[in-house]
Every structure is written in structure tokens, then in C-alpha cells.
Design a protein around this ligand. Structure first.
Ligand code: GTP
Length: 301
């Protein structure tokens, strides 16, 4: 991994003791972007997905650093950054507990600057390589949007988040109409162009922070809309449907096609089967295909 990427990394230092902050800042600030939090509350407030690694003291004024590791696991789930504990406590219980709770490394004070820096750089290198592999595993090669495996991961994460917050979660399932005929009459390349055009339109239409788009099957796409009630989900899907209608086939060489869309939304309950929302959207899609005569959005508002 190039040094330039590693040198642009952001390290969050969670430490309350002024001498330790000064020492660690001196070691780290020449090499990384540094964010300093002096207690658990500050760490939770300042944390963002830009943080690449957390360097964490265990004894904080408002609790144990372990609580922050647990919070990261609950809140950030899959995207949790590596945590390096830096502590004066070298007893077995502290070390074992830190690793059991998800810390990646444990450095005992007094700190050896070269060892700490080398550990952080190695960890960043591993993190970036893992991210690259992960992104290759979750992206659909043809359209460049997330694939079904990623949809399943994200669905679970959004479902749990919506449960905790008692927020609605919207889902729109989008299926190309008569795609088999398009393939059979125009060939697979034409079919592929339709899929890419559909994905490009999805990217443009669903760019709000809580929206995410996926290709979940051959000619089937899904949009997750965090926080959207049914009405908002149907409205967003209808906006996309109109946008696609204006685009598909409009430019020379652009294949013409239509889609059917099934929408659903619910406020998830902890004990609810995970596929409840998917089933509802799938039933609405079935209705759009079979009852609505394709080329429509269901349910109607
Ligand atoms: N070109 C292309 N075709 C694909 C791809 N993946 C799946 N398909 C084709 O997509 C077609 C899906 O056909 P069906 O499931 O019958 O759907 P449909 O013809 O759209 O019928 P309705 O959904 O009822 O409108 C099949 O012919 C698959 O071979 C792909 O990556 N590229």
C-alpha cells in the first residue's frame, strides 16, 4: 500500500491525561491526521467514518475505554475501525478483556514511539487491503453498484438500526419488464446496456444519505430508504420511474425499456422475521407485474 495513503489516515486518540496526549500527539501528528477526544462522551460525539484507527486509553473520566469499543461494535457494525489500546495497566485481566471486547492490539506505557508507529502503519496497510478485497466482493461487476451479498449485510444493519431508533425502513424492488424478450431479440449486449442504464439512473436518483442501491438478481434491483415511510418510499420510487421513463431510449443508441416497482415500509420490531419487509415489497412487485400490467409502481398512493 502506498505510504501516501497511509500518511493521509485519520487517527482518533482517546486519552484524558495531558502528558500522555502531548506525548502521543508528538509521535502521531507528523504522520497522520489526528482527532483528540478526552472522554467517552467526546469520543462518541467526534467519531466519524473518516477515522481509520482508534488509539484508546482504558481509564477515562466518564468510564472505561472498553465501553467505547462496545459502542463502536454496536453503532458501526461492519465498518468498525481497528482499536489499539494504549494503557499503563499490564495485568492479564486488562489485556484479555481488551482483546475479548474487540481491540486489535495492546501497547503498554511507557510508549516506544517507533514500535507504536510501525504497528499503526502495518494495521493501516492491512485495513486498506481488506477494504479493497471487501469492495471487490460486494460490487456487481457489470453495473458497478452493490450486489446481493452486500444488500443482505446492509439490510440486516439497517433493520437493526431502525429497530433501535423506532424509525421506518423503506424498500423498493425494481424489476425490468420483459427482459428475456429484450435479450432474445437484441442480444445479451443490448440486455447489458439496459442493466447499466438502469443502474446509472438509480445512482443519480437515489443519492440521499439514507438511500442505498443494489443489483440483487439478473434484472432485479433494490433500494433501501432509511427513515422512509410507505408514502415517501412510493414517492421516491415514482420519481425514479418518471426519470427512467424520460431517459430510456431517449438518446441515440440507448435501449428503450420499462420497469415495474414494488414498495413497502415498516417500523421493524426486534422479534420480527427479517424477510417481512422484503416479502411485502415482493408482493407489491408481483401486483405491479401481474395486476398492474407491468410498467407501474405499486402500491398506488
Ligand atoms: N443481458 C443480460 N441478461 C441477464 C443477465 N442476468 C440475467 N439475465 C437474463 O434476464 C432474463 C430475466 O428473465 P425473466 O426473469 O423471465 O424476466 P422478464 O423477461 O423480465 O419477465 P418479467 O419480469 O415478468 O417482465 C433472463 O433471460 C436472464 O437470462 C445479465 O447480466 N445480462
Amino acid at each position: 500500500m502506498p505510504d501516501s495513503k497511509i500518511n493521509q489516515a485519520t487517527i482518533m486518540l482517546v486519552e484524558d491525561e495531558p502528558t500522555s496526549i502531548a506525548l502521543l500527539a508528538e509521535i502521531l501528528h507528523d504522520h497522520f491526521e489526528l482527532v483528540v477526544a478526552r472522554c467517552l462522551e467526546e469520543a462518541m460525539a467526534q467519531f466519524s467514518p473518516q477515522v481509520d484507527i482508534v488509539v484508546l486509553d482504558l481509564n477515562l473520566p466518564d468510564g472505561s475505554g472498553i465501553e467505547f469499543v462496545q459502542w463502536l461494535q454496536d453503532e458501526q457494525a461492519i465498518e468498525q475501525p481497528p482499536v489499539v489500546v494504549v494503557s499503563a495497566q499490564a495485568n492479564n485481566d486488562s489485556v484479555v478483556s481488551a482483546f475479548e471486547h474487540g481491540a486489535m492490539d495492546y501497547v503498554v506505557k511507557p510508549i516506544h514511539p517507533v514500535i507504536l508507529l510501525s504497528k499503526l502503519k502495518t494495521m493501516l496497510d492491512l485495513k486498506y487491503k481488506t477494504e479493497l478485497l471487501k469492495s471487490q466482493a460486494i460490487i456487481d461487476g457489470l453495473t458497478g453498484i452493490a450486489n446481493r451479498a452486500h444488500f443482505e449485510q446492509q439490510f440486516e444493519q439497517e433493520f437493526r438500526r431502525a429497530c433501535r431508533m423506532s424509525h421506518p425502513l423503506g424498500l423498493a424492488l425494481i424489476d425490468l419488464d420483459n427482459f428475456k424478450t429484450i435479450n432474445d431479440s437484441g442480444g445479451h449486449l443490448k440486455g447489458d446496456r439496459c442493466l447499466k442504464a438502469l443502474a446509472d439512473c438509480l445512482k443519480e436518483c437515489f443519492c440521499r444519505a439514507g438511500d442505498s442501491i443494489y443489483r440483487i438478481g439478473g434484472d432485479e434491483f433494490a433500494v433501501l430508504l432509511a427513515g422512509a415511510r410507505l408514502e415517501q418510499t412510493v414517492r421516491a420510487a415514482s420519481r425514479f420511474y418518471r426519470m427512467l421513463g424520460q431517459r430510456a431510449g431517449a438518446a441515440p443508441g440507448e435501449p428503450a425499456f420499462t420497469v415495474s416497482i414494488g414498495c413497502a415500509s415498516l417500523v421493524p420490531q426486534v422479534d420480527q422475521p427479517r424477510d417481512a419487509l422484503f416479502k411485502m415489497a415482493d408482493e407489491a412487485l408481483y401486483e405491479a407485474k401481474e395486476v398492474g400490467g407491468r410498467n407501474c409502481v405499486r402500491p398506488e398512493l
